[in-house]
Ligand binder design. Sequence first.
Ligand code: FES
Length: 141
Amino acid sequence: MDTDLVYAICQLNDIPSQRAVGLQLVRVGQDGAEIAWPIVIVRWGRQVFGYENRCPHHGVNLDWERNQFLDPNGIRLMCGKHGAQFELGTGRCMDGPCKGESLTPVPLVVLDGDICVVGVQLAEDAEDEEFDAPATCDEEA
Ligand code: FES
């Protein structure tokens, strides 16, 4: 992982604590091709956890209703298709048809109040631009 690659994608305060939001990112593959990269970010206090928005069971997005990622108790990520439930901190499936499998983690850090993806080249180079929070973050604020 190239830790020199750091992209601010959202502000920490755009996501209320104990909530999850989805972002539609685009990363650059090794051949230079742009690849749609939907992710989900969970905020828990000062901590953030990121995963690819892709259920290990059938490979679909977890949120069958937009930005509905959490189980009814709000303590696990849940896939809306068959109800698999995933631990927030590890992405491991604790209950459901893919029990024992895991979501694919997305490496995140919080720098100066921004949530940043580390080690993945995104298609839009944010270094030279003013940071704009993605629309999905604004909608949840
Ligand atoms: S597709 Fe997610 S639980 Fe089946």
